[in-house]
Design a protein. Structure first.
Lengths: 326, 294
C-alpha cells in the first residue's frame, strides 16, 4: 500500500509507479515503502559489511583460534578444544596478570571517578578563564597515548627522574643511590603504582568532562528549589545532585573500563609487564604470547578472558543506549 | 550572584565583589593541582625536546633551567637520522584513506539509519555502535590472519584496512545523531522539485551537512592516532610505521633512549593532534554518552 500520509515521503516518489499505467494491485516491491527500504538497506550495506567482515567474523574466528593450536608460520591448525584455556589457567603468570588487571582497572577507575568528580564540580562553576583552563586540563586525554606514555617513561627515569628531583628538593626522599630513592619502574609495587597512575592521569579528564556535560544538564531550578526549601549543602548533594549524576558517572566509568581493559600501550611501553611480572596484565600477556611468542591460539585464549570482564560494562552501556529517546 | 555559587560562600561576605573574589580564589586554588598534573608533563617534555643532550644529564642542576643554550638539534636529528619524515607521510596517508573509507561507508549508513524509517533502524544503529566497544586486544590476533591473507603484513596499508573497524562504528553513530538534526523539510522540498531520494541526499542534504562530515574526518584522524596495538602488531618495518609507533620503537637503541629526540618527535605530532581533538572533544563526549545526557 502506498503510504502517502507518512511524513518524509512526498507523493512525487510514487509518481513513477503510477506512470506505468493503471495498476490494479501493485506488487509490494514497487511501492514507495519498498523502494525506500531497498534504498536504505543499500546505503547501509557497505558499513554493515565492513564491520561484519572485519569485526564480526574475526571475533568468531578468535573463538576458533583459541580452540586450535595455531601458531605463526604454521598454516594448518589442529582443533584442540579447551586445551589453550587449560594451559593458560595452569600458568602462574596468568593468575598474576588476571589479578593485576582487576586491581588495576578497579583501582584506577575509583581514582578517576574521584578526581573527575572533583574537577567537574570545580569546572561547573562560572569563573574567569574557564574555557582556557578546561582546554588545558583535558590535554592528557587528547594527546595520543603512545606519545604521553613516552613522556612519563622519561619522568620515571631511574636516575634523571624530574619527579625524584622535585621530591628530593622537598626533602621527601633521599639522594640518588640511597634506599630512599624510588626507582619508579624498577620496584614491583612502585611500578604497579606508576602504570596505574599514568592510566589515571590519562583518564581523569575524560571522567570530568563526561560529568561536566551531565552537570550542566541538571536544571539549576532544581538545585535552587532545594535551596529555597532550606536543605543543607550536604543534603542537597546527597538527595538531589548524586541521584542526577550517578547514571552519568556510571556511563563514563563503563566507557572508561572498556578503554582501560583493552589498553596495552601504557604497560607495554613503561614496563612490558616487569619487574618480575609485577605489572603483567592480560593484554600484555596475550600480546607477548600470541605475537611475540607466536602461539596465536594461546594468545587468543588469553585475550578472550578479558571478555567476561568487559561484559558487565558493555551490557550496562547497551541498556542505556536502548533507553535513548529521540 | 547567590545562584552563581551554589557550593561555595555559605557565609555571606560584606559585598558582592568581595564574595566574587573569594569564590575565584577558592576555585583557582582547587584547580592548581589539576593544572600542574595535566600540563606539567607536557611542559617538561617540551623543555627536554629543546635541551642539549649533555644538559639533560647534569647532576645537581635544576632540570627546568637551561644550563646550555636551547637547541633545535633534536628535531634536526629526527629528520636527518631517522625515518621521521616517512612516518609523517605514512600517518597522513593512513589518515587520508581511513577518512575516505569512513566517509564512504558511515555517511550513507548514518543517513539511512536516521532518515529512512527502516524497520529495526534503532537496534541496527546500536549494534553497529557496540562493535566500537569490541576491543582491539580481542581482535588483533584474528586480524593478523586477515592482514596476512591480504598480503599486507609489514605495510601501512594493513592499518588502512584495520582502522575503519573502529572509525566506521563510531562515525556511523555520530552521523546518525547528526542527520536527525537536519530538518526534513529541505529534503521534501527537493523531492517535490523532482529530485529522487538519492538526488535529495547528494544535492541537498550533504551540502548542509558539512559540519557533520568534517567531524567524521576529524575523528577518523584522532581515533587512528590513539592506536598503538594494531600498528605494533602489524607493522615492523621502520619506513612503514606511523608516527606514534615509530617514535616509541625506533628512537631506542638497546638500553639507550634518545630522550631529546623522543620528546621532540612525540610532541611534534602529539600537540597538533591534541589541539584538534580538543576542539571536538565535546562532540566525542556527546557522541558516546548521548544516551544519558541528551
Amino acid at each position: 500500500m502506498t503510504e502517502l500520509s507518512a511524513g518524509g515521503v512526498p507523493p512525487s516518489t510514487s509518481l513513477s509507479v503510477a506512470v506505468g499505467g493503471r495498476v490494479g494491485v501493485q506488487s509490494w516491491w514497487r511501492t514507495p515503502t519498498a523502494r525506500r527500504y531497498l534504498f536504505g538497506y543499500t546505503l547501509l550495506a557497505p558499513a554493515v559489511l565492513y564491520v561484519l567482515l572485519l569485526v564480526g567474523i574475526p571475533f568468531v574466528f578468535s573463538l576458533y583460534l583459541a580452540m586450535s593450536d595455531a601458531s605463526v608460520g604454521v598454516p594448518v591448525a589442529r582443533f584442540v578444544g579447551l586445551e589453550n584455556f587449560k594451559t593458560a589457567v595452569e600458568n602462574a603468570t596468568f593468575y598474576v596478570a588476571l589479578r593485576n588487571t582487576i586491581v588495576f582497572t578497579l583501582g584506577a577507575g575509583i581514582m578517576k571517578g574521584l578526581l573527575g568528580t572533583t574537577l567537574a564540580f570545580l569546572l561547573v562553576q562560572p569563573f574567569r578563564g574557564r574555557k582556557i583552563i578546561r582546554a588545558l586540563v583535558v590535554i592528557p586525554f587528547t594527546l595520543p597515548i603512545a606519545v604521553s606514555v613516552l613522556g612519563w617513561k622519561w619522568m620515571f627515569d631511574s636516575q634523571f627522574s624530574v619527579i625524584n628531583w622535585a621530591l628530593n628538593k622537598a626533602a621527601l626522599i633521599g639522594p640518588y643511590g640511597s634506599p630512599d630513592w624510588p626507582v619508579w619502574l624498577g620496584q614491583p609495587w612502585l611500578a604497579f603504582f606508576s602504570v596505574m597512575f599514568v592510566n589515571v592521569w590519562r583518564g581523569f579528564p575524560f571522567s570530568a568532562i563526561v560529568l561536566l556535560a551531565g552537570l550542566t544538564s541538571v536544571p539549576p531550578e532544581i538545585i535552587d528549589a532545594a535551596k529555597v526549601d532550606g536543605t543543607s549543602f550536604l543534603k542537597r548533594f546527597r538527595l538531589v545532585i548524586v541521584p542526577m549524576i550517578a547514571p552519568i558517572l556510571f556511563i563514563g566509568s563503563a566507557f572508561d573500563t572498556v578503554f582501560t581493559l583493552s589498553d596495552l600501550s601504557i604497560v607495554y611501553l613503561l614496563t612490558n609487564g616487569g619487574p618480575d611480572g609485577a605489572t603483567e596484565i592480560l593484554p600484555t600477556l596475550a600480546y607477548n604470547t600470541g605475537i611475540r611468542g607466536g602461539a596465536l591460539g594461546r594468545g587468543a585464549a588469553i585475550s578472550l578472558f578479558l571478555f567476561p570482564l568487559l561484559l558487565p560494562a558493555m551490557i550496562m552501556l547497551l541498556r542505556t543506549l536502548r533507553r535513548r529517546q529521540y | 550572584m547567590a545562584t552563581l555559587a551554589p557550593t561555595l560562600g555559605q557565609r555571606a561576605p560584606r559585598t558582592a565583589r568581595a564574595r566574587s573574589v573569594r569564590r575565584h580564589v577558592f576555585i583557582y586554588l582547587g584547580l592548581v593541582p589539576f593544572m600542574i598534573i595535566a600540563v606539567g608533563p607536557v611542559i617538561w617534555m617540551f623543555i627536554t625536546a629543546i635541551k642539549q643532550d649533555a644538559d639533560l644529564y647534569l647532576v645537581g642542576a635544576i632540570p627546568f633551567w637551561f644550563n646550555q643554550p636551547p637547541t633545535w638539534k633534536n628535531f634536526d636529528f629526527l629528520f636527518h637520522n631517522t625515518f621521521y619524515g616517512d612516518w609523517i607521510v605514512n600517518t597522513m596517508a593512513i589518515s587520508f584513506w581511513v577518512s575516505a573509507i569512513t566517509l564512504l561507508t558511515a555517511v550513507p549508513a548514518g543517513y539511512a539509519l536516521a532518515r529512512l524509517r527502516l524497520p529495526f533502524a534503532e537496534n541496527l544503529g546500536i549494534a553497529i555502535f557496540m562493535t566500537y566497544l569490541v576491543p582491539a586486544i580481542i581482535l588483533f590476533i584474528p586480524l593478523a590472519r586477515v592482514v596476512t591473507e591480504l598480503g599486507l603484513q609489514d605495510s601501512w596499508w594493513a592499518l588502512v584496512v584495520v582502522y575503519p573497524t573502529f572509525t566506521i562504528p563510531f562515525c556511523t553513530w555520530l552521523l546518525m545523531g547528526f542527520f536527525k538534526t537536519v530538518p526534513f523539510e529541505i529534503e521534501e522540498a527537493a523531492m517535490v522539485d523532482g529530485c529522487g531520494q538519492l538526488g535529495a541526499l547528494l544535492r541537498v542534504v550533504l551540502p548542509v551537512s558539512w559540519p557533520g562530515l568534517i567531524t567524521a574526518v576529524i575523528f577518523s584522524f584522532t581515533l587512528s592516532m590513539q592506536d598503538f596495538l594494531y600498528s605494533l602488531a602489524f607493522v615492523s618495518i621502520s619506513e612503514e610505521k606511523p608516527v606514534p609507533l615509530g617514535v616509541a620503537t625506533e628512537l631506542i637503541r638497546g638500553d639507550i633512549y634518545f630522550w631529546g629526540s623522543l620528546m621532540a618527535g612525540a610532541l611534534l605530532v602529539g600537540v597538533p593532534v591534541a589541539i584538534v581533538y580538543n576542539f571536538f572533544l565535546d562532540r566525542f563526549i556527546s557522541g558516546i554518552t548521548g544516551a544519558a545526557i541528551k
